[in-house]
Design a protein around this ligand. Sequence first.
Ligand SMILES: Nc1nc2c(ncn2[C@@H]2O[C@H](COP(=O)(O)OP(=O)(O)OP(=O)(O)O)[C@@H](O)[C@H]2O)c(=O)[nH]1
Ligand SMILES: [Mg+2]
Length: 305
Amino acid sequence: ADIKRRISRTKDAILNAKKAGARHRVSYTVRREGAGQVALVGPANAGKSALLRALSGAQPEVADYPFTTRSPQPGMVAWENVNVQVIDLPPFDPELSPPWLAGSIHAADALAVVLSLGSDDLLHEAEDTFGLLRRQNTWLRPGEPPVSHHLEPSAVGRVPLPAPPVPPHEDAPRPKTWSAVVVASKLDAPGAEARLELLTEVCPALPIVAVSAETGAGLDDLKAWLFGLLEKIRVYTKAPGKKPDLSAPFVVPRGATLLDVAEAVHKDFVANLKSARVWGDGTFDGQLVPKDYVVRDGDIIELRA
Ligand SMILES: Nc1nc2c(ncn2[C@@H]2O[C@H](COP(=O)(O)OP(=O)(O)OP(=O)(O)O)[C@@H](O)[C@H]2O)c(=O)[nH]1
Ligand SMILES: [Mg+2]
């Protein structure tokens, strides 16, 4: 009863705040840090904040009533030698979400849709969440594991992914899509396994990663999926005659060229770049490569100016 009263008081406060107009402006974008930014999207009480706590050093508030999170809360998630910035957000709700929430979601590089395997209302929550994303023109594409890592999701959604509208003519820009995974949270809850099976029936064709912030189950895999969502690769640079620093990769988009790497290392390198040698899977050791060489994950590059 106490919780119910608290919930209704929270809802009243939110609705009154909306009526009064947004006097307190929340900054809804968070400055990018690390390899890229993944936003946590999902209904109230799904366990988004608990997840960020379990994955990172961040300490967002966690509580058993809805709308605990009122503003974007960033945290850094370390996976191997890279960091992924994860943004915890207020819940996605047809009536009560703050008006800036869609902006925060669209500003992210990729999305993790969090749905609770502990909720009796899971199927409605899933349908509402994917419905809201569609209405806000948030088109999803399936996230992939990091390059050269083999990872199986816990399950895959069975509903065809909604397709973005076809552009009116060939030169028109294509609607943006976000790479996404579904995080099925609270795997430790009673009946979670059966609910995971049910979830696949209403979930679009995205990888589903089942986790528990409580027991830690699935969190290591989830960290890898979070980096994979960014669709980037890691390369290393070395000075002639020196060893590369394998703890400090340059993170570049898949398909990046040597010139892109040079730019990431230092602006001056781009103009002065003469040649480069590469040690990697796709080359002979120390092979000279041209500026338009497409780098591969794990390449070690010796830039020569
Ligand atoms: N059993 C179990 N409970 C969890 C787990 N993760 C979160 N919870 C509980 O679920 C409730 C909601 O957790 P939050 O992390 O605050 O949920 P949220 O999605 O951030 O909620 P909002 O901020 O309202 O959107 C809390 O009581 C948590 O203790 C989990 O892995 N297992
Ligand atoms: Mg929260």
